[in-house]
Design a protein. Sequence first.
Length: 107
Amino acid sequence: MTEKSVGEIVAGAIEAASEVGKDVGVAIKSAVKGTVKGASEVGADVGKTAVAAVDGAVKAAGEIGADTAEALEHATTGAIEAAEEIGSDTAQAVRTVLKTAVKGKGR
């Protein structure tokens, strides 16, 4: 699975949640968190997956008219929470990669 498809899957989940009236912030955090945890379970690169999931979440937020800065916050929180559940080394790696990847996004 490519980073592009990860972003598209996350975006689709968020758009679907929005269409049925679910809280977009909760949907973003949950979709990103589940995606990052799933990546770990199948041995995929958690850092790349986190970045792709966050990108997909911010893109989806923009497409549905949600606040992209808030989306970025929910998405990064979900990614970091998932990484913390995986382990401290993973959490540090995800924090580091997201710091670089999210500069200027959501604004």
